[in-house]
Write a protein that binds this ligand. Structure first.
Ligand SMILES: C[S@@+](CC[C@H](N)C(=O)[O-])C[C@H]1O[C@@H](n2cnc3c(N)ncnc32)[C@H](O)[C@@H]1O
Length: 271
């Protein structure tokens, strides 16, 4: 995220000096990293972050996680167990990591990747062409909270490192339930909370000190990576998030910790 005047982050700061504009904003607020922002501002800010990092997103993922995000995504596929003929919706799918894995494991399946940020999808499209997967993949620009799809139109719904960026995650879960067929399954991969304070402290030192500095060095963008780190700490822990999935209507909700809880997988069924 750059500090130029056209960036939505710059617009937010202006509100501090124009209280009358603040009064016109939506009264509901939410988190954007550690900042409190009006709900109707968050999507624009998130879009700004991911437009800014899109061209370096895959490289940064590998560097920041020392490649471990690949193992977590593979673990997601192990639990999801894709099968031929299934239709996947991968929401906040970005550059397509999850959809590619799904289609590699189930050659006769198909997938739609939906994301708020066109620049992320553009990177994904290039990869799909390179991997000769374009014929089984569709790309859609849209919001997880208002999916442009019919009721009961997908067998599987995935969202990987996406839901913590969504303004109202509970609305995204309700939409997931709506677009899944009866018998369909949701699986969420997201950063989570470590089970003990010592480990969490050590992980925080790495996250807050190393990741924004890497973002600056590799992508020339410290602020976007500062947001990513802050947004991780704001997201509900494993148990609370499982309750949110249940509240959206899903059954048999379970979770598995990855790397001791740095990330977690949540699974639920529409029965
Ligand atoms: C950290 S990236 C994850 C990309 C990919 N799923 C992965 O695991 O590598 C988060 C993605 O969520 C997208 N996103 C954020 N809010 C969204 C929303 N409300 N609806 C759809 N996509 C959203 C962003 O544009 C970004 O591409």
């Amino acid at each position: 995220m750059r500090a130029d005047c056209n960036h939505p982050g710059a617009a937010y700061k202006k509100e501090e000096f124009f209280p009358e504009r603040q009064a016109q904003m939506s009264e509901k607020t939410t988190h954007f990293g550690n900042r409190e922002v009006a709900e109707d501002e968050k999507a624009g800010l998130v879009h700004g972050v991911f437009s800014s990092v899109a061209s370096r997103y895959d490289l940064m993922n590998d560097v920041m996680s020392v490649g471990i995000h690949r193992l977590w995504k593979d673990a997601m596929m192990d639990w999801l167990a894709p099968r031929g003929g299934q239709r996947l919706l991968d929401v906040a799918g970005g550059t397509g990591d999850i959809a590619f894995r799904f289609l590699r494991r189930a050659p006769s399946a198909s997938a739609v990747v939906l994301d708020l940020t066109e620049d992320m999808l553009a990177e994904g499209r290039k990869r799909a062409e390179a991997e000769a997967m374009s014929d089984r993949l569709d790309w859609s620009v849209g919001d997880a909270m208002a999916l442009p799809f019919e009721n009961a139109s997908f067998d599987r719904y995935t969202i990987s490192f996406g839901i913590r960026n969504v303004t109202r995650p509970e609305d995204a879960l309700t939409e997931a339930y709506r677009v899944l067929k009866p018998g369909g399954r949701i699986m969420v991969l997201e950063f989570s909370q470590l089970p003990n304070q010592g480990l969490q402290w050590a992980y925080d030192q790495y996250s807050y000190n190393v990741i924004p500095a890497m973002g600056q060095a590799i992508a020339g963008d410290r602020d976007s990576y500062q947001y990513l780190v802050e947004s991780i700490r704001k997201f509900p822990d494993q148990g609370r998030f499982a309750d949110m999935i249940r509240a959206a209507g899903f059954d048999q909700v379970k979770y598995r910790n990855l790397s001791m809880g740095i990330a977690a997988l949540h699974s639920g069924w529409k029965l």
